[in-house]
Design a protein around this ligand. Sequence first.
Ligand code: OAD
Length: 240
Amino acid sequence: MGDMSDIRNIVILTGAGVSAESGIDTFRSGTDGAPSLWEQHRVEDVATPEGFARDPDLVLRFYDMRREAIQTKQPNPAHHALAKLDAEWRGELLIVTQNVDDLHERAGARRVLHMHGEHLNAWCTTCDTRSRWTGPLIDRPACPACEARALRPDVVWFGEMPYRMDEIYAALRRADLFVSIGTSGAVYPAAGFVRDARSLGAKTLELNLERSQGSGWFDETRLGPASNLVPGWVDEVLGG
Ligand code: OAD
């Protein structure tokens, strides 16, 4: 990234590519020829409020499987490198993740914001409480707060507003460097952050297996697997 001396505040956007090498399917481009998640399931069926209203059992089963699966996966070198950066970087840093897994946290990162929600949370549509949830939802368990049997996955579906956008834009306004890692740039508003950051004066860097849709907006693009690119970049930033 060249000279880092004028960089103090960093915003990092991560996507499914960061977790791909942990064995979690990406949404759009399958790894090693395997079909991607949205090739195996219709988005309208499993990731929209309308799909949930139509067939809640299908949706709950889908997320129960995903919730169970992520708990068997481990963070990879990309997650560990970002956790190291979080621990050692003295300036502001925010990891905005579109991922609903908890691999950033399990690697030890603390400054993480889940803009698309979390698999390991259940959201009560009766009392609005979010509870840590590791088991299934298909049997309609009671909400720990109000006992209503109205829990849904705390995952942002298409047509719903991503979480904590005010905090994200505030961080983008202060950012000197915006880094996008392992995301295809297909889903807004996250796909627009590079343009926002750039117009607000930040340097922009993309680390991805292949060019994202908004690749032209980045000052620099590095192509390769996250487990290789991210540790290398973090060492550069920390001067190691
Ligand atoms: P995508 O599946 O759209 O894109 C994954 C990106 O990761 C692609 O650009 C791949 O080239 C890249 N990639 C794959 N393997 C990689 C590796 N080993 N190292 C580095 N990069 C790799 O996933 P997202 O961009 O995260 O939203 O998708 C954005 C949102 O769309 C998701 O949060 C989800 C989805 O629908 C919701 O469900 C609301």
